[in-house]
Design a binder for this molecule. Structure first.
Ligand code: SF4
Ligand code: SF4
Length: 145
């Protein structure tokens, strides 16, 4: 390709791009378009979380030992150990560490009570990494973790 032809090609392409819609989005000024199956930050609802209550005391075993314990399935199944069980108001609940979370949504799949659901939240930038460790709040409703 001769030099003149090459320059002509470059000019043509440059001019054509002026009239072409940009391939990139204006994020963060414009909201990103997420795919239908996007997996974002898991969202925990303490009101649905399964806590074993004392109920009928005649179970034939020491109910005191398991009373106030969450089922822990989410913590068991998290592949990166992002969920630890902590005590909140005398009950043991899952605490999420979003420094470790890889948004795999395994906890959403595993939770038998639908107490953890998927969300489209993905903007987790913080100044202090401790802010990404979310202690479960009592009566938090469907608040984002
Ligand atoms: S989304 Fe995956 S990595 Fe994150 S807390 Fe749930 S199971 Fe763990
Ligand atoms: S799996 Fe669900 S019900 Fe069980 S402790 Fe985790 S959030 Fe609670």
């Amino acid at each position: 390709m001769g030099r003149v032809t090459a320059v002509t090609t470059i000019i043509k392409r440059t001019v054509s791009h002026i009239f072409t819609k940009p391939a990139t989005a204006k994020y963060p000024f414009a909201k990103s378009t997420l795919s239908e199956n996007f997996r974002g930050q898991p969202q925990y609802n303490i009101d649905y979380c399964n806590v074993i209550s004392l109920g009928n005391p005649n179970f034939g075993f020491d109910v005191q030992k398991i009373a106030g314990s969450a089922c822990r399935v989410c913590a068991r199944d998290c592949p990166v150990g992002a969920i630890t069980i902590v005590e909140v108001d005398g009950k043991r609940r899952p605490q999420f560490d979003f420094n470790k979370c890889i948004f795999c949504n395994q906890c959403v799949e595993s939770c038998p009570r639908k107490a953890i659901v998927n969300s489209d939240a993905f903007e987790l930038a913080v100044v202090d990494k401790k802010a990404l460790v979310r202690k479960p709040k009592p009566n938090s409703g469907n608040e984002k973790q």
